[in-house]
Ligand binder design. Sequence first.
Ligand code: ADP
Ligand code: ASP
Ligand code: MG
Length: 604
Amino acid sequence: MALIVQKYGGTSVGSVERIQTVAERVQATVQAGNSVVVVVSAMGKTTDGLVKLANEISSQPSRREMDMLLSTGEQVSIALLTMALQERGQAAVSMTGAQVGIVTEARHSHARILRIETERVKRALEQGQVVVVAGFQGISDAPDLEITTLGRGGSDTSAVALAASLQADTCEICTDVPGILTTDPRLVPSAQLMTDITCDEMLELASLGAKVLHPRAVEIARNYGVTLVVRSSWTEEPGTRVSAPSRLPRPLDGLELAHPVDAIEFDTDQAKVALLGVPDRPGIAAQLFGQLAQQQLNVDLIIQSINEGNFNDIAFTVEKDMLAQAKTLAASLVPALQGTSETPDAKPDSVLVSDTQIAKVSIAGAGMIGRPGVAAKMFSTLAAAGVNIQMIATSEVKVSCTIAAEDCDRTIAALCHAFELNQSPARLEAPATAQGPAVRGVVLDCDQARLALRQVPDQPGMAAKLFQILADRGISVDMIIQAQRCREHQGIQTRDIAFTVAQSDADMARGVLQSLATEFGSSEIIVDTAIAKISAVGIGMITEPGTAAKMFQALADSNINIQMIATSEIKISCVVAEDKGIAALKAVHAAFGLAGSEEIEVPA
Ligand code: ADP
Ligand code: ASP
Ligand code: MG
């Protein structure tokens, strides 16, 4: 007899008829010889309705009372679904998060799960009952026993955490689309279903805004090897399998607090090339990286920081062996760029610089962006070791910094110590495991804001200070970009630092920048909420030259200007103007051949 955890989302339990359909399906799963735990979300848009109600009473309701309010939505669904099961003659019992024993941190509105006390659920299952659990909620440890919630979309996390704790055979996330698609079908109806995807790719997609799965659910599936499937609530189709790597057993205690970093990696074979002062207009990145791709030069990191007037700096890394070729090619573009600038008068000279004495050090794991303290800890560790960070690449599964090659050994030692990893670091090898398409899926996120602090002193510890303060305020930062160009300001060398955060955190982040601007003697703060972030994710891009070039070309062909670029090993993100977001998504989705011939139907 198998144990299956099934989770049904809001749309799937959005009406009495749909609840009855779910009950029928749950009963069929039992009749097929399985034990079933069902996790449900609040009906339809109930949670949004409750948020709206709260906002009518208070512009800043307390987080505790919000949890008290929002957790009621799921309680309605568990009772109704259980009644529907009982009505069909299926023994069933509903349980709130507290009744199950889903113990979380006492942090309201974004609590992480500490452990799940499974005895009561197991007893009910042994009695032949279906256990219907309220998703999204938990309870803090005694003596307070506070009702907590896990963050919007958190029922997925409840389901996977239950599956891990009960050692279930499968966790099925049943939803209103046929599975994980190449992009959101509500924005691009020609999105196609994937049959499978790796946990790392799904972690990136989820953290970049694909809301089909809560990123923390994928994190738990990855860490505990849960068999995770996303499928339609209404058909028998198999949906998409999210494949977890096999890993050493982890203790279930401290479930979501488990070590987020499980490896330190380094690579000393890369060299950096930077083109400074290139015109800020569509097509420049496409031209540069298109030509590199034509010569089969595989580019690793690419960074384009916030523009300065009408000009940008673009930096990238290539294997050292390829440096001469990459430099010759980039140098050959310089005159062409100068000749085509639209504002020749204001143009600084385009300059090409390169550096072979660099090393890339990375921390790898899961949940890096979701846990803002992790990147901050990496930066502070480097700062404490007196190491200056040249380039930063962040993603949900990896944070990498390029540093001076001479600093590599002590940086690794400091990171192993800070993240309590005593095994020797892995040297990055040609990733033979990188099998899969260069781009598996594309995501658009229009809820981001772009911030920048101009003229930050170019010394160790600046990034650490900034991102530690943001982390202390619980603000997750996605793209982090230090400008390549150093400028003298008030007698010291300075650089700009730019990054993106969720729009809801933009005001708080601005406040942090304001306080630091005075301390650093910085000249200017920039906050722009009219942006869209478009990202492409795929494990195959590691080995496939030209993936970034293709994305940049697709944007150039649609005459879309790229405001910022940041890449990590398996993702490329570009910031574009907000009103170009959907066009950018469609163009990139089509460019990678992801559009299918049939349209996906999505219920309201
Ligand atoms: P549920 O209520 O079942 O949890 P959600 O609304 O949270 O459902 O997530 C499902 C929705 O996610 C889909 O209706 C779809 O619009 C959206 N979505 C975004 N990106 C993707 C993607 N790559 N694949 C599938 N669905 C996606
Ligand atoms: N009902 C909650 C929400 O709307 C949790 C969930 O649906 O996963 O965010
Ligand atoms: Mg959801």
